[in-house]
Design a protein around this ligand. Structure first.
Ligand SMILES: [Zn+2]
Length: 300
């Protein structure tokens, strides 16, 4: 049965203007329950991650600033939302959710986090709505505990995984692959192990053919033993920040292909959700739900 980490958002006391982007998390869970893709048994509630694992990829000063509420005003602006203690607690929970997903994926083939994919979190700072880099922490955990030798991060959120790229730039055991909009945030791109910059307006056919061309060969060449997938749905044509022209079905076909590659190569895959900023919540929720539906369908 598909296991999904869920970190409640109702406890967050966010100012009015910041509530909207948080709604999707609960709506995705509600939709999956309502339509019968999931029951309560599919969801689990992670504990906060041990600082020891966070400290493997984030600096002590940055962790202290988050925990003591002393993040400076400039960084706060770059992060983009107010840092309440509840929000910071939730980041620790989401991050453990991704670590838990790695363990479940080793057993079941796949596991998913309704949240995470916070790839703009750098070792020493957060930006772009990201505080802790959940995939970074979990990749470090897998290597440090000797469970895995080579990890491939497949980051298909429309924004470059700049924080993850910097985090692992000198770590040959983590290969960072990011396929993103050339004209999107972050304007100053970092260097992943493989970056594909897509022009504004890229359509389904072009997008999928690039992915079909690259991913199988990448897996053959790098021989990873674990996959992280960041399945952002901000590639949709309806997205406010995305600038690409991918249809909901194109987005779904992307998910199918990534999962099929994992299955074909017997690679455990842990999925973190990444972004989605369409003005209509239905567009976001439906596209994210597709990732869960496809996983439930292909693996179980
Ligand atoms: Zn994004």
């Amino acid at each position: 049965m598909l296991q999904i980490a869920f970190s409640p958002v109702y406890r967050l006391r966010l100012p009015e203007g910041h509530r909207f982007p948080m709604l999707k998390y609960e709506l995705i869970q509600e939709q999956l329950l309502y339509e019968g893709t999931c029951t309560e048994a599919n969801f689990f509630d992670p504990d906060p991650v041990d600082d020891r694992w966070v400290a493997g990829v984030h600096t002590a000063n940055y962790i202290r600033a988050l925990k003591t509420g002393t993040v400076d005003a400039k960084m706060m602006r770059r992060i983009g939302f107010p840092l309440t203690p509840e929000l910071i607690d939730r980041e620790w929970i989401i991050t453990q959710g991704t670590i838990d997903c790695t363990q479940i994926a080793r057993r079941d083939g796949v596991a998913m986090n309704i949240a995470g994919g916070t790839h703009h979190a750098f070792p020493d700072r957060g930006e772009g709505f990201c505080l802790l880099n959940d995939v970074g922490v979990a990749a470090h955990y897998l290597l440090e505990t000797g469970q895995m030798k080579k990890i491939l991060v497949v980051d298909l959120d429309v924004h470059q995984g700049n924080g993850t790229a910097v985090m692992f730039q000198h770590e040959p055991r983590v290969f960072t692959f990011s396929m993103h909009g050339a004209d999107n945030y972050p304007l100053k791109k970092e260097q992943s192990d493989l970056d594909i910059n897509l022009p504004t307006g890229t359509t389904d056919e072009v997008y999928l053919n690039i992915l079909y061309d690259i991913l199988p060969g990448l897996i053959q060449r790098e021989q990873p033993d674990f996959l992280f997938y960041i399945s952002g749905v901000d590639i949709l044509d309806s997205d406010r920040l995305g600038k690409l022209s991918i249809s909901r079905d194109g987005c779904r076909q992307r998910d199918v292909f990534v999962f099929e590659q994992a299955i074909k190569n017997s690679l455990p895959i842990s999925v973190s959700m990444g972004g989605g900023y369409s003005p209509r919540l239905t567009d976001i929720v439906e596209a994210h739900c597709n990732t869960f539906r496809v996983a439930a369908d292909l693996f179980f």
